[in-house]
Write a protein that binds this ligand. Sequence first.
Ligand SMILES: Cc1cc2nc3c(=O)[nH]c(=O)nc-3n(C[C@H](O)[C@H](O)[C@H](O)COP(=O)(O)OP(=O)(O)OC[C@H]3O[C@@H](n4cnc5c(N)ncnc54)[C@H](O)[C@@H]3O)c2cc1C
Length: 440
Amino acid sequence: MSAGLLILFYLGLSLGPLILAWAQELDPRTPWDELATGLGFLALAIILVEFLLLGRFRLVTGRVGSDVVMRSHQLLARAALVLAVLHPFFYISPRTPAPAWDVTRQSVVDQSWHALWPGIVAWLLLGGLVAMALAKEVSGLRYQHWRLLHGLGAAVIAGFGVLHALRAGRYSADPALAAVWLALLALALGALAYVYLIAPLLRLRRPWRVREVRHEADRTWVLTLTPDFRGRLPYRAGQFAWLNVGKPVVSLDENPFSIASAPSAGPEIEFLIKEQGDSTCRTGQIAPGTRAWLEAPHGHLIIDKHPDAAGIALVAGGVGLAPLMGILRELHATGDQRPTALIYGNRHAGQIAYGPELERLAREHGTELVHVLSEPPPGWTGETGLITPDLLRRHFGPPDRHGWLYVLCGPPPMLTMVEDTLIDMGIPAHRILSEQFVYD
Ligand SMILES: Cc1cc2nc3c(=O)[nH]c(=O)nc-3n(C[C@H](O)[C@H](O)[C@H](O)COP(=O)(O)OP(=O)(O)OC[C@H]3O[C@@H](n4cnc5c(N)ncnc54)[C@H](O)[C@@H]3O)c2cc1C
């Protein structure tokens, strides 16, 4: 399914209830009442479809990228919050019981406690959920606990929201529309159950084992997994996996990591992991033989979709090298003759990962290797400072590089700067693939 079709599908799901309500052709109420209901419908539909934007469904992430999906999830949650907060304030019809002649509740707003309380609970919880997401970093909660609360909170909001629509809604009294609300709720809860329960259980048939943990660079480790089943992971260079090491198969302790190995090198999988927080800081203590589970492949840094690119330019910031290493290794392992260049930025020389292998690839395959250090050691002859527009223009400016594919991975500010510079240099947006390592 193309990205355009996905957007149409999204619009269909989130506007569907509104369209079904309009198609009922009930006697119209005041425009303010209709607007209030419309906002409520839109808010509830957006909330229910949010469950499909968890960044775990390849049908979605494979087209637009997990980071785009997660950013859309966050933006749409804020939009839903605004719509939901506003919706009760637009009703202007009297909040009294309907007179006997008014069977379709055209002249009043249902104010019975029975209809209102589920909406009030969902309304308050939604504000709390979005506030909790915005304050994730300062809340002091472990990421995994935060994720559990976020998922459970969202499920409760979805349930109470639908209950409110069914009880209070003038249009939702229609059996077809009521069925659509229930179907959307089932889809939402089913998506949650699939990602956190069913898919992990299905993974029981495909266990992995840690073969080696190797110190690679400053606070950075290489973790190699070997499959404990007959077969291999059908991934493409540059993709990432959700990794769970040493925990039960159903566990909230799983983190996304790019695959640094080349698919054609064999069934083993390699990750380059930088210590960041509670789970990554324990990487060096993982014992060989530890059981691991992988949910993969994900990600859209896939160069095979661009066979017409004349060359491949890679720009990595720090551990952002991981997926690009997988791409470089695959290009050379498969004898791809296209020219390659890597600009690799770090703070100091001790942070450079895969140094000797990169030198070898440069020597044997002609990869143009540009190390950039912001704190260079004495006698350093490479580039210094940060990766800047000027540096990019010097290396990627020659006209023959306009037909190349540009693959970027690193900290968000660096990615934004590199993308803007490349676009400024006339590189078409579809020739730039980028992925960031944070969803916040
Ligand atoms: C697509 C993708 C690919 C990545 N590839 C690599 C890689 O190849 N090598 C590497 O070193 N790092 C990679 N990361 C980053 C890595 O996932 C985080 O550094 C790691 O999850 C931090 O976990 P922690 O428990 O040590 O730190 P914590 O202190 O718990 O978290 C630090 C921050 O990491 C992020 N994070 C933590 N847990 C998760 C989670 N379960 N899901 C999503 N984000 C989380 C959050 O932004 C959090 O604020 C990647 C991230 C993404 C999104």
